[in-house]
Design a protein around this ligand. Structure first.
Ligand SMILES: *[C@@H]1O[C@H](CO)[C@@H](O)[C@H](O)[C@H]1NC(C)=O
Length: 442
């Protein structure tokens, strides 16, 4: 039952509306702008494909926007709701809601290509979701008319063969085992390579209408670069137990992970971030990149323990949110803990006092202990801090660069470039499926 639900949810293609509006001919009033913005939100802007406006809807790929104007004012310190909306439509990569990947395309770029005025109406519509509509003109942060801003987005030159690309999609790379595309069917009895598991993956019916080909190409070659929310794999430890599954949602307090039990049934588990087990950290580098969000260190000079949410990090310092205050700790001022296991399987943890080829001196609970290196079975491993992290990876195999030839890749991209959802909206579902079956059976 639960499995069926997810299979079903994954196959829903949010319906974008075909209604259009010419914003150049509407009066500059809140009502007219909100109304036009809603049409663009559901239509040309394609916002509704990823975002939801209904808190009871299954989570979309992007955050639910119910009452977004209330939350927008608090998303980033010093930024008003309108400033936040301007940034998130023009430069969506600048601030990401925790748990959501960098997948929103700037709506002014192709393929969506909203005009400045159209974006203003969408902003008015978003403001109307729980806030005041303010039509004060503003200077867009990006000059969308300039050639430079478009040049970088020019798609790779498509020389591929679309039909061959579809065969790569269905039979060669077997993308169809996990991704759905309206009108394309998985061949009966298709088997996957060893080690590849069927997982719920994003629907690709409209992928080319939503994302640039560069993004699509990157998603195939480097699946971990951007992970669509709700589709990432995660491994966390809590209470000594390791939980592995798909990260469904995440906020500042908890995560929801979809796990499979031994019988293969899926269930969702809610885990409080505060209940994750801190793991030893060997190197204090790129902590955020490794997914750490909470850090504990012991200061070398005072012996004090400092812990809190990770705010900032550079080569020299780590800044933690400790209660109401932030505290900056120098990476060179942290005590190093060593963990080693001797041949009797005793685990010894202490602060490193000194070490040489023959022996290691640790301070264990205030007493120095000298351990002969000949007695060590495992380790020592050094930890400079303890941390809690959420490391989300893509469940998509990462060997496509090896698996696909250059021509496979170019054909596959040519096929994916045709997935704009446009044809399927005009063809009845039955016909689309028939067409797909014929093509794949040839
Ligand atoms: C680290 O913090 C110290 C003290 O707060 C500061 O003087 C130093 O400039 C910081 N280093 C970097 C790279 O910001």
């Amino acid at each position: 039952m639960v499995i069926w639900f997810y299979a079903f949810a994954a196959s829903i293609v949010p319906v974008t509306s075909t209604a259009t509006i010419d914003v150049d001919n509407i009066p500059r009033t809140p009502d007219a702008f909100v109304e036009a913005g809603e049409i663009i939100f559901n239509g040309k802007g394609k916002c509704i494909t990823c975002h939801t406006l209904d808190t009871s809807a299954p989570p979309g790929r992007c955050p639910d926007l119910t009452d977004i104007a209330v939350r927008a004012a608090t998303r980033q310190p010093g930024m008003t709701a309108k400033e936040y909306f301007i940034e998130s439509t023009y430069e969506p990569h600048k601030f990401l809601v925790p748990g959501y990947g960098n997948i929103m395309p700037p709506v002014w770029k192709p393929p969506i290509s909203l005009s400045e005025l159209e974006i203003e109406t969408v902003i008015a519509f978003l403001q109307s979701q729980g806030g005041e509509v303010d039509l004060t003109p503003f200077e867009p942060p990006v000059d969308i008319g300039s050639a430079e801003s478009l040049v970088e987005e020019l798609p790779p030159i498509l020389t591929g063969d679309v039909e061959r690309g579809q065969r790569v999609f269905v039979e060669g790379a077997k993308c169809i085992a996990c991704h759905t595309v309206a009108g394309v069917e998985q061949p009966a009895g298709q088997t996957l390579d060893e080690g590849v598991e069927v997982v719920t993956a994003p629907d690709l019916t409209e992928i080319a209408a939503l994302n640039s080909l560069r993004y699509i190409e990157e998603s195939i070659l480097v699946p971990n670069a951007q992970i669509v929310s709700g589709y990432g794999s995660i491994t966390v430890k809590t209470g000594g137990a390791t939980i592995q599954g798909t990260l469904v949602t995440q906020d500042n307090e908890k995560i929801v992970v979809r796990v499979k039990d031994a019988a293969g049934n899926e269930e969702e588990r809610t885990i409080l971030l505060s209940e994750l087990d801190p793991e030893p950290i060997e190197e204090l580098t790129d902590l955020k990149g490794k997914g750490y969000f909470w850090i504990q260190v012991t200061l070398a000079d005072t012996g004090a323990t400092v812990s809190g949410d990770l705010v900032e990090e550079d080569d020299e310092n780590i800044t933690l949110q400790v209660g109401e205050e932030t505290q900056t700790v120098s990476k060179s001022n942290v005590k190093v803990q060593a963990t080693l296991i001797d041949f009797d399987e005793n685990v010894i943890v202490g602060e490193l006092v000194s070490e040489n080829e023959d022996e290691i001196t640790l301070n264990v609970d205030g007493e120095e202990q000298i351990i002969d290196t000949f007695d060590i079975d495992e380790g020592p491993t050094y930890s400079r801090a303890f941390g809690k992290r959420l490391a989300v990876t893509s469940p998509m195999p990462n060997n496509f660069p090896l698996l696909l030839s250059v021509s496979d890749m170019s054909d596959l991209l040519a096929f994916l470039a045709t997935l704009t959802g446009a044809t399927d909206a005009t063809v009845a579902e039955g016909e689309a499926l028939d067409a797909g079956t014929e093509e794949t059976a040839e």
